[in-house]
Design a protein around this ligand. Structure first.
Ligand code: UDP
Ligand code: MG
Length: 341
C-alpha cells in the first residue's frame, strides 16, 4: 500500500477547482459490497474503520452481503458484535455488484458516501485526498485505474473496445477505466437514487448525473484473499448491459449496414439488367445467389437478435421489479438519528 495518495491527474481533473464551499462536518457512509468475501471482510472493515476514523468520528460502514455462499454472513455479524459502527444489509440472494451498491447507496445516511470494494484492491490511503477534494467543492471524486498492465491482453483489448463503443457519439462520456471506487456528495447520491431504472449500469449512471467531478489515478492492489467474481462471461454481460442501456449504436449499426447492402443490391440489379440487354441472358450466377442468400439471412438474424436484446431490456424494465430485496438489516450505525432514508 502506498504511503500517500497519488497527485490529482491533470488529464482528468477540470482546469480550475470549483470555488471552496463551506461543507458541513463530515458524516461519512462507506458502502462495501461483499460477495464471498469471508477471507477479507473482517480485516478489511477494521482497516476501513481505522482509515475513516482519521477523517471523522461520525462514520458508518454499510456492509452489503450480496447473497454470499461462504462465511461472509457470519463474518459480518461478528463485526456488528465487535462494536464497530457497522450497518449490515443482507440481500435475499446474489443480485450482482450493481444492485449491492444501489442497496448501500439507498440506505446511506451520511452527507458523503464512499463506495469501496471489500478485497483491499482500492487503496485506503487515498481517502484523505478524496476527502480534501470533496471539501474543495468537488461533488464526486473517483479512482481511475492508471495501469492495467497486470491484466491479460484480451481483457485490456476488450475493455478498450468497450469504452470506445460506449462513448462514440454519446453526449454523456463515461470516463474510461474509472471503477466504482468513489466518494460522492449527498447531492450526487440523491440524484442517483432518483433514477428509476431497474438494471443499473452504475458506471454510466455516475457519468449521467454529472456534477463537479475529479479523478484520482490509482494502481489497484492485488486481491487480498479469495477470487474475483468477474469472469469473462460476467464481464461480457456487464459490457452488454452498459452498451444497451447507454447507447443505441447496436441498433443503428444495422440501419447503416442495411442501407449499404440495399445500395449495393441496386447497383448490382442495374448491372444485371444492362448485361442482359446487351449480351443476352446466359443464366449465370447461381453460386453468387446462394452465397448472397446465406450471408444476408445471417445478417438479418443477427439484427433481429440485437432488437431482441433491447426488447428484453424493455420487458425487464416495465416489470418494475425492485433491483434488490433485503433479507436482513442490522443497524449499529452511529448515524441512525440522521433521517435521510
Ligand atoms: N461483488 C458483489 N456482488 C457480486 C460480485 C462482486 O457484491 O455479484 C463485490 C465483491 O465482493 C467485491 C467487489 O464487488 O467487494 C468487486 O468484486 P471483484 O473483486 O470480484 O471484482 P474485480 O475487482 O475483479 O473487478
Ligand atoms: Mg476486486
Amino acid at each position: 500500500m502506498s504511503d500517500h495518495a497519488p497527485p490529482l491527474h491533470a488529464d482528468y481533473a477540470p482546469a480550475a477547482p470549483p470555488a471552496a464551499l463551506p461543507r458541513p462536518a463530515l458524516l461519512l457512509s462507506c458502502v462495501v459490497p461483499a460477495y464471498n468475501e469471508e477471507a477479507n471482510l473482517a480485516s478489511f472493515v477494521r482497516a476501513l474503520a481505522q482509515a475513516a476514523g482519521q477523517l471523522t468520528p461520525q462514520f458508518e460502514i454499510i456492509v452489503v452481503n450480496d447473497g454470499s455462499r461462504d462465511g461472509t454472513h457470519e463474518a459480518a455479524l461478528a463485526l456488528t458484535r465487535e462494536g464497530l459502527p457497522v450497518r449490515y444489509l443482507a440481500l435475499s440472494r446474489n443480485f450482482g455488484k450493481e444492485a449491492a451498491l444501489s442497496a448501500g447507496i439507498d440506505h446511506a445516511r451520511g452527507n458523503a458516501v464512499l463506495l469501496i470494494d471489500a478485497d483491499f484492491q482500492h487503496p485506503l490511503a487515498m481517502l484523505p485526498e478524496m476527502h480534501k477534494l470533496w471539501q474543495l467543492g468537488y461533488d464526486m471524486v473517483y479512482g481511475v485505474i492508471a495501469d492495467r498492465s497486470a491484466e491479460g491482453g484480451a481483457k485490456r483489448l476488450g475493455t478498450g473496445l468497450f469504452y470506445r463503443l460506449l462513448n462514440s457519439g454519446n453526449r454523456v462520456k463515461v470516463p474510461p477505466h474509472a471503477g466504482d471506487f468513489r466518494w460522492m456528495d449527498r447531492r450526487v447520491v440523491e440524484a442517483l437514487k432518483s433514477l428509476p431504472e431497474h438494471h443499473r449500469f452504475m458506471k454510466g449512471l455516475y457519468a449521467w448525473v454529472g456534477f463537479k467531478t475529479a479523478a484520482l489515478p490509482f494502481v489497484p492492489q492485488d486481491r487480498a484473499g479469495g477470487q474475483s467474481s468477474f469472469n469473462l462471461r460476467r464481464l461480457g454481460s456487464l459490457a452488454l448491459l452498459g452498451l444497451t442501456s447507454f447507447t443505441t449504436i447496436p441498433l443503428r449499426v444495422w440501419s447503416f449496414i442495411g442501407t449499404a447492402v440495399a445500395l449495393a443490391a441496386l447497383c448490382y440489379g442495374a448491372w444485371i439488367t444492362v448485361e442482359t440487354l446487351l449480351f443476352g441472358n446466359p443464366l449465370e450466377g447461381w453460386p453468387t445467389l446462394a452465397a448472397g442468400i446465406m450471408l444476408f439471412s445471417g445478417v438479418q438474424l443477427m439484427s433481429i437478435g440485437v432488437l431482441g436484446e433491447y426488447i428484453g431490456r424493455i420487458y425487464d424494465e416495465v416489470k418494475r421489479r425492485p433491483s434488490y430485496l433485503l433479507a436482513r438489516d442490522e443497524d449499529h450505525s452511529p448515524l441512525r438519528g440522521e433521517s435521510r432514508e
